[in-house]
Ligand binder design. Structure first.
Ligand code: ZN
Length: 314
């Protein structure tokens, strides 16, 4: 393959109890419906493995490409493709949940990756809040509050506005609420422990909770709280703005209003167009597109009028 080839992906979509119609009506994803909550825009996860729809590898799955052509990803050693990028459209509240870390999933779930994730808030209502963190002082108090259904007391609600960025480390109690559209960059994991689901019925039944696992993995006392949150207003346009660099990923925001040169000198660079349209080295891209610039790509010229989130491994 020519290392100057841009690899476009066909997202896998997920219908969920809390999903809405934005992924169909605003993003135009083929196959999205009235309760599509997640678009797995860049994913090689077995629960939603994206197909490559352009170039030399057209028709291949991202997991197969990663397995058979590691050179496309700079020869990194991770046993499975390490990242997953999603757009989440929450029409209703998601369950209150927590994710385990690498050590816990290796021991208890037979998976390679725990779940550190981060959110770029693409849209949300005025005066919105998200659930981030909890108020229990000890694990015993945490267990009591969960067993006694004292969720209002347990959870912390953090004020959030459009353009905010949140890093959610394993062990952090969290919930996305109705009205939020979020671009999520995460470790490639699908392990979620549901702490509380508002007593909601799905097909006449409550979805299972994972009370014991939650009590095991929630960080006590809470460390997340408002520290998880940063604001992105005031970031420069036409330049890569780093939002986070952690053990698992680096994430940048790029707002393009003219020609911008981006140096793809990472093992690979993942890109999602959140809004607007433009070109990447002359190839047209638009809102809702997800693509990968492979290893060795070098300088890429982004042009047009658009907003992107980019990521790579750290
Ligand atoms: Zn989560």
């Amino acid at each position: 393959m020519d290392s100057r080839e841009i690899i476009f992906l066909k997202p896998q979509l997920k219908d969920v109890v809390w999903g809405g119609n934005k992924l169909r009506d605003e993003f135009g994803y083929e196959g999205a419906g009235d309760s599509t909550g997640e678009c797995w825009g860049i994913s090689a996860h077995p629960n939603g493995d994206d197909e490559i729809i352009s170039g030399s590898f057209k028709g291949m799955s991202l997991s197969a490409l990663y397995k058979e052509h590691r050179e496309v990803f700079g020869g990194i050693r991770a046993e499975e493709f390490p990242l997953l990028v999603k757009i989440i459209d929450a029409k209703q509240d998601l369950s209150i949940q927590v994710h385990p870390d690498d050590a816990y999933v290796k021991e208890h779930e037979n998976c390679p990756y725990g779940k550190t994730e981060c959110w770029y808030v693409m849209d949300c209502p005025e005066n919105a809040t998200l659930v981030i963190g909890h108020n229990a002082g000890t694990r015993e108090e945490l267990a009591d509050m969960i067993h006694e259904n004292r969720y209002e007391e347990l959870i912390k609600n953090v004020p959030v506005r459009k353009g905010d960025f949140l890093q959610i480390t394993p062990g952090t109690v969290h919930a996305i609420k109705g009205g939020f559209t979020i671009l999520e960059t995460q470790q490639s994991s699908d392990i979620t422990y549901r702490v509380y689901d508002y007593g909601r019925l799905v097909d006449g039944k409550e979805r299972p909770l994972h009370v014991q696992q939650s009590i095991d993995v929630i960080t006590v006392p809470d460390k997340a709280g408002e520290e998880a949150l940063s604001h992105t207003d005031g970031l420069s346009v036409n330049t890569l703005n780093e939002l986070i660099c952690c053990e698992y990923y680096r994430v940048w925001k790029l707002t393009v209003t003219k020609s911008v040169e981006v140096d793809q000198n990472h093992p690979f660079l993942l890109a999602s167009v959140l809004d607007g349209s433009g070109t990447v080295d002359g190839t047209e891209v638009k809102k809702g597109d997800h693509f990968i610039l492979p290893a060795g790509y070098g300088k890429a010229v982004f042009a047009g009028d658009m907003e992107l989130i980019l990521s790579s491994v750290s």
